[in-house]
Design a protein around this ligand. Structure first.
Ligand code: AHG
Ligand code: MN
Ligand code: MN
Length: 352
């Protein structure tokens, strides 16, 4: 009788290299059924988008038409980078002929884009920020892409995508791709936060860390202190606090995804409060603060507008902005305590 084959010492390293994103999704869902296969295929397409964008960024200085501005302004009233447009189109292209995603809502598009051939069967909507931290592109600093997946509700006959105007707890999945020294994809299906690193030699995202949990407290506070003059007093109170206490360190890259990733791994808090110019905040709910809030909550942290859990905010328009405080639970709660204190004072001194 021949001896059954015994896995060799290579099995561990092979298993690791074979724990690709699409396999991990199926493991997460504990199913090989059609819905699980769809989500696995969808995540795989997002991975392809990440690879295409990483490839173009890696040649930015030597390939025509990558750096610099298009000369246009987007629906946000912001100048558009050539990479914003390229990346926006990448996410559309990877879902063509997929039968998966019918609708894409992007920071760069005033209204959602529909992929007609998918719509009769595709029930997923992709909400995304194709390049986050665009101001970093021309100086070769880290940028990212942020995504959320929602299930389309109803047939959206009017094309206004009103079913997207629901809170962040409607997200089926969320994640980001960080284009740094390595390209890292971080995602959650609501069952923990998991990170993959792109192995360019394989062209695959390989599992790097599973079930990432954010420290309850961390040293990092991440914010653009240049806006101090136009913040509400509560945020000024917080900054004065960290300036006067040992153990804090300021880190701000100008790209939310990079700052968020550092805090996810090391602990601390990122805050982008409302300002005089943008009282509702700069960051956009549906494809920046809600996906990242989903991830941080899955990692055991906290995400709010400073006073309301970010996942409870119901947008009244597609590109709604919110103030954003996200990170370690203790640090977010400290920021919120300053907001609550000022609100209490305002109530106590309000004319009766
Ligand atoms: P985007 O490039 O998608 O517009 O996002 C930029 C955002 C965010 O990534 C970053 O944290 C923030 O804008 C930086 O804003 P300031 O330059 O005002 O600090
Ligand atoms: Mn952004
Ligand atoms: Mn962007």
């Amino acid at each position: 009788m021949t001896k059954p084959y015994e896995p060799t010492i290579h099995q561990r390293s092979l298993d690791r290299d074979c724990t690709t994103l699409s396999r991990h999704v199926l493991q997460q869902l504990k199913s090989f059924g059609p819905n699980a296969q769809d989500l696995s295929a969808l995540m795989n397409r997002l991975a392809l988008a990440g690879k295409l964008i990483a490839r173009r960024l890696s040649r930015a200085g030597i390939v025509e038409g990558v750096l610099g501005f298009t000369g246009d302004e987007n629906v946000q009233g912001e100048t558009v980078k050539k990479m914003d447009v390229y990346a926006n189109d990448v996410f559309i292209s990877v879902f063509k002929q997929s039968g998966l995603v019918c609708r894409l809502a992007s920071e760069e598009m005033e209204t959602p884009y529909y992929i007609p051939e998918n719509c009769p069967i595709g029930r997923y909507t992709l909400l995304y920020d194709p390049i986050d931290g665009s101001s970093n592109i021309d100086t070769n600093l880290n940028v990212g892409s942020i995504f959320a997946i929602r299930q389309q509700e109803g047939n959206d006959e009017t094309g206004e995508a009103l079913d997207l105007l629901q809170n962040g707890r409607k997200q089926l999945a969320a994640g980001y791709i960080l284009y740094g020294p390595s390209t890292v994809l971080v995602y959650s299906l609501g069952n923990g936060v998991h990170a993959f690193t792109l192995d360019p030699s394989l062209g695959e995202f390989i599992l790097w860390q599973e079930n990432i949990t954010v420290p309850e407290h961390g040293p990092v506070y991440s914010t653009n202190e240049g806006n101090f003059w136009q913040w509400e007093d509560s945020y000024r109170d917080y900054i004065r606090y960290v300036h006067r206490h040992e153990g804090y360190t300021g880190r701000y890259s100008g790209a939310l995804v990079g700052d968020f990733h550092r805090i996810l791994l090391q602990g601390g808090v990122f805050l982008y409060p409302g300002t005089r110019k943008k009282p509702e905040g700069k960051l956009r709910l549906l494809y920046e603060t809600a996906p990242l809030g989903f991830l941080m909550e899955q990692a055991g942290g906290r995400a709010s507008t400073g006073s309301e859990n970010i996942l409870d905010v119901v947008p009244d328009k597609l590109h709604q902005r919110t103030p954003f405080v996200v990170g370690s639970s203790e640090d977010v709660e400290l920021v919120e305590s300053f907001v609550q204190e000022r609100a209490r004072e305002a109530r106590d001194t309000a004319p009766v």
